[in-house]
Design a protein. Structure first.
Length: 188
């Protein structure tokens, strides 16, 4: 017969859900270097077939899906083509839209969403001449009054490509950059 303290511990454990059924739902140990948070970001088994990605957002579509980037005027879009056919996209805005990601947070969020999945290509499109490559590392909003904001001089296609490749931790050779006129962008 169990002693009173042991019985009390067993009853409390069952009460809070730490009994055998709770153990059955406990996830398996993870490999070194992996985290549950990253796994939930990286794997998107329920990715939709269509997504509209507004300024400051990162989203994913399933293989065969379509991404719409609305009203790309002074923005850049970054679309990652996954080897499995899916697309992960980001809409980088020169100025932060309230509640959305700043330009210096967009590549880290995109990188987290892609995770370690194989990448075929990375396509950057939009107002290339409005962007200084450093905006991916430090958003315009981050500069103080005494700290001058870098101003783009022409279209720095190579600088933007390097900044995106570095920000995503991918080879520069995967990145293409195109200046695209104002309007909606549709990527299939």
């Amino acid at each position: 017969m169990a002693s009173a303290p042991v019985l009390a511990v067993v009853l409390i454990a069952l009460e809070i859900g730490a009994g055998p059924s709770a153990r059955a739902q406990t996830p398996e140990p993870m490999a070194i270097g992996h985290t549950r948070g990253a796994a939930s970001v990286v794997h998107s088994p329920a990715a939709p077939l269509e997504a509209t990605i507004s300024e400051g957002q990162v989203k994913e579509v399933a293989p065969g899906g379509v991404i719409t980037y609305p009203s790309v005027t002074s923005c850049l879009t970054v679309t990652v083509r996954l080897r499995g056919g899916g697309l992960v996209g980001a809409h980088a805005s020169l100025f932060q839209v309230p509640g959305e990601l700043r330009s210096d947070r967009i590549l880290p969020a995109l990188k987290a969403r892609v995770g370690g999945r194989p990448v075929l290509a990375i396509e950057v499109k939009g107002a290339v001449g409005a962007w200084h490559p450093s905006y991916f590392g430090k958003a315009i909003e981050s500069y103080g009054d005494a700290d001058p904001v870098p101003v783009p001089v022409g279209q720095d296609v190579e600088g933007v490509a390097r900044a995106v490749a570095d920000g995503l931790g991918r080879p520069r050779s995967l990145v293409t950059v195109r200046d695209v006129p104002d309007g909606d962008q549709i990527v299939r």
